[in-house]
Design a protein around this ligand. Structure first.
Ligand code: PTJ
Length: 243
């Protein structure tokens, strides 16, 4: 029982939710460590959406709305933390939602799909095939889903799939609190923000963005700038941490 007046109430609730989902098998045990790493980076950006993250979120909305076949790839952590937010984003941008796992088992796929369906997500299911050029199980995806997508949103990615999708000619949008990760550096666009803050902002932008802003954002994507800004924010906070 976490007291509502605890200064880290939200963070503790989130951990409890992940632990509960890990016990059920929805979240991989390794997902708990991934979350801890994310929290550490979130401290460094002040647990808030920075200006550069907001720019990345609006750009992500522009990319999803102008895509021919956008797909949101969901793993265990994302489903546990943000199933309802994924449903809202799907409604706002019309993307397919496909479950793609690193620690893949049919049982986990089923549980995660059910969790998403209960939250209102229209799941892209069907026969998965080993279609991506990867030696691990993230290679398994659907021919009509991630494989044929032109834009893929990958919240909490684990590295080399992002580079493989970019090499396949896809536009990859990553949500990753670690601006130094391989994912962050190989994505077309990286949102350095916490998943549950980032998703509603992308959704909101999808609802209100004008055609002119879409054009402008898509033609001025600069991931190096976004990552540099995130690192600059973190460095500035560290420099003044004890002021
Ligand atoms: O469900 P599965 O089997 O697909 O496995 C998922 C995990 C998360 C275990 C897998 O993708 C993994 O191992 O991920 P990594 O390599 O630990 O990378 C996760 C990245 O997400 C790290 O760079 C974290 O900083 C970041 N991260 C963690 N939690 C959040 C986050 N970024 C944004 N919001 C978060 N809540």
């Amino acid at each position: 029982m976490i007291p509502a007046d605890h200064p880290r109430y939200r963070s503790l609730l989130t951990r409890e939710r992940l632990a509960e989902c890990a016990k059920k098998g929805i979240v991989a045990w390794e997902g708990l460590t991934a979350h801890g790493r994310g929290e550490a980076f979130d401290y460094l950006i002040g647990e808030r959406t920075t200006e550069s993250a907001l720019l990345a979120e609006r750009t992500a909305a522009a990319m999803l709305l102008t895509a021919r076949h956008p797909v949101i790839s969901v793993n265990g952590n994302t489903a546990a933390l943000a199933a309802g937010r994924i449903a809202a984003l799907q409604k706002a941008c019309g993307a397919c939602v496909e479950v793609n796992l690193f620690h893949r088992t049919e049982a986990r796929i089923g549980m995660i799909e059910n969790l998403l369906i209960d939250a209102g997500v229209d799941i892209f299911s069907g026969e998965a095939e080993r279609l991506l050029p990867l030696s691990h199980d993230r290679a398994w995806c659907r021919r009509g889903g991630i494989f044929s997508a032109d834009v893929v949103l990958v919240p909490l990615e684990d590295g080399d799939r992002c580079a493989a999708l970019v090499d396949m000619g896809k536009t990859v949008i990553a949500i990753d609190l670690n601006p130094l990760s391989r994912t962050a550096r190989s994505a077309t666009l990286t949102i350095v923000d916490e998943l549950t803050r980032a998703l509603p902002r992308i959704t909101e932008a999808c609802r209100e963005i004008s055609d002119t802003e879409k054009e402008r954002l898509i033609h001025s994507v600069n991931n190096h700038y976004l990552l540099s800004e995130a690192i600059r924010e973190m460095t500035a906070r560290l420099s003044h941490a004890l002021d």
